[in-house]
Write a protein that binds this ligand. Structure first.
Ligand SMILES: Cc1ncc(COP(=O)(O)O)c(C=O)c1O
Length: 483
């Protein structure tokens, strides 16, 4: 059943509040300067008049309509929808952290500055980089920041010919977008038959007009770029830099570092790997970490530890400047720090090992029935192709994804990466037990059987949701956002 808006539940005179009696003299407001008539409201605002219980029930019902990691598996590939421990949430809700202001005297926020400083130290050792910035508020924002630093690095050397950024065709869509926003020309790099960077294609495109190669490892097919050291040498020999899209770090925590792989700069998605839920449009954080080559170009201010405590360092001439208001999304940084402390280095390594084990376990269960075009072994995620189902029974990847909703699962990522036709990208994460992986595999295999026996029933899915299958093309072409 659909949930009415609060305004539709409104009953004149009903209230969710009760003010104490006025204790100021009547007419006190006449002494205040009056607003210009053009800005003054002529009629009362149309606000919902509802009781507190109406509001509580309304939002509770809405929350029951949403699927989250807390009520079921969420295998949305490339999004790392893992369980986020409640401890981090609890600490991020403490008034010591929520009731401070970025402009208050620095002597009163030393504790919060120590969180940011220590987090930067931890992220430097986790990634094998020299230092970083916590300002960017999303992965894409981190990409923008990192590429801007690359641009400044070359301009400082008087090299304005390096206008190209090379990006594999399997890359996340934000990569080419961030390069374009920074004024770079995007040049796609092909994948070879293994689903990895095509080294010949890369060699043919590397020259003195290239500023950087942007790469995620493991890539979006869930495969480790095993030629990474060769790639790194090729890129550096051509005088270009290597950018790491660290959104997939959940697969390699404590086992490999982008620094050792030869990357010069990277962004992380704290809202995937480090204890803040990804998706849903909530606040995120995309710290950028750099090696010593790019360190002078980091956004400012930096945080420094001196004998008299933590101070802001604004002196850096070569910095690209500020990329965020104040210090970014502080509470997301805090959650990440709590998570890292709570897990410890062994815990982080174990999380990645389990993420990889879970993905391989699930892939092995599905492989006899569903085609996995690239790689027998995967890292933290894998991509299946439903093209056989489409050819034989007319059932698409989208039909399977929608039917999964009726079975109590969030759908996997659909039609990405574009290298795989009728793609479903599955990332179980480390959070799921063997029982829940088995149940998910059984459900998918049951849907394949249904595709063979009753394909029409899958076309109707989902049938258990408030709204059924939406016309996505119409929604994009004719967006109607009014109620
Ligand atoms: C590989 C990859 N790169 C970049 C991003 C962009 O991150 P954000 O959505 O925070 O901008 C994502 C998002 O999931 C991603 O999976």
């Amino acid at each position: 059943m659909s949930e009415p808006l609060l305004i539709d539940m409104s009953k004149q005179g009903r209230k969710a509040y009760c003010f104490p009696p006025l204790d100021l003299p009547r007419g006190f407001d006449q002494a205040l300067p009056s607003l210009p008539a053009s800005l003054s409201r002529q009629t009362a605002a149309r606000l919902p008049e509802v009781a507190e219980l109406d509001v509580v029930r309304h939002f509770t019902r809405l929350s029951n309509l949403v699927h989250g990691v807390d009520n079921g598996m969420y295998p949305l590939g490339s999004c790392t929808m893992k369980y986020n421990p409640k401890l981090a949430e609890h600490i991020a809700g403490m008034s010591e952290f929520t009731q401070i202001h970025p402009l208050q005297d620095i002597s009163t926020v030393q504790g919060s500055l120590s969180v940011m400083y220590n987090l930067l130290e931890d992220l430097s050792s986790i990634t094998g980089m020299s230092w970083g910035t916590l300002q960017p508020c999303a992965g894409a924002h981190g990409e923008y920041t990192g590429l801007k630093m690359i641009r400044s690095y070359f301009l400082k050397q008087g090299d304005d010919a390096r206008k190209k950024v090379l990006i594999p065709v399997s890359a996340h869509g934000t990569n080419p977008a961030s390069a374009a926003v920074n004024g770079f020309d995007v040049v796609p790099i092909a994948s070879d038959e293994r689903g990895l960077v095509d080294l010949e294609d890369l060699a043919s495109k590397l020259d003195d007009t290239v500023a950087a190669l942007m790469l995620t490892n493991p890539n979006t097919l869930g495969l480790f770029e095993q030629d990474i050291l060769v790639i790194s040498r090729m890129v550096h020999d051509a005088g270009a830099l290597l950018y790491y899209d660290g959104a997939n770090l959940n697969a390699i925590l404590g086992m490999a570092t982008p620094g050792d792989m030869g990357f010069d700069v990277l962004h992380l998605n704290l809202h995937k790997t480090f204890s803040t839920p990804h998706g849903g449009g909530g606040p995120g954080s995309g710290p950028v970490m750099v090696n010593s080559t790019l360190r002078p170009f980091l956004p400012k201010p930096d945080i420094e530890l001196t004998d008299s405590g933590y101070v802001y360092q604004w002196e850096n001439e070569e910095s690209i400047g500020k990329v965020s208001m104040f210090w970014g999304n502080f509470l997301v940084l805090l959650r990440a720090y709590v998570y890292i402390l709570r897990m410890g280095s062994e815990g982080l390594r174990a999380a990645s090992r389990h993420a990889v084990l879970n993905a391989n376990y699930l892939a092995a269960k599905l492989a006899p029935v569903l085609r996995i075009p690239y790689g027998k072994r995967c890292m933290h995620e894998f991509v299946i192709s439903c093209s056989d189902l489409l050819e034989k029974y007319g059932v698409s990847a989208q039909d399977i994804a929608k039917a999964l909703i009726d079975e109590g699962y969030h759908p996997p990522t659909m039609y990405f990466p574009s290298l795989v036709s009728e793609a479903l990208m599955i990332e179980p994460t480390e959070s799921e037990s063997v029982e829940s992986l088995d149940a998910f595999a059984e459900t998918l295999l049951k849907l394949v059987k249904r595709a063979q026996e009753d394909p029409a029933s899958l076309k109707a899915a989902p049938i258990t949701t408030v709204v059924g299958r939406l016309d996505e093309v119409k929604a994009v072409k004719e967006p109607n956002l009014r109620y």
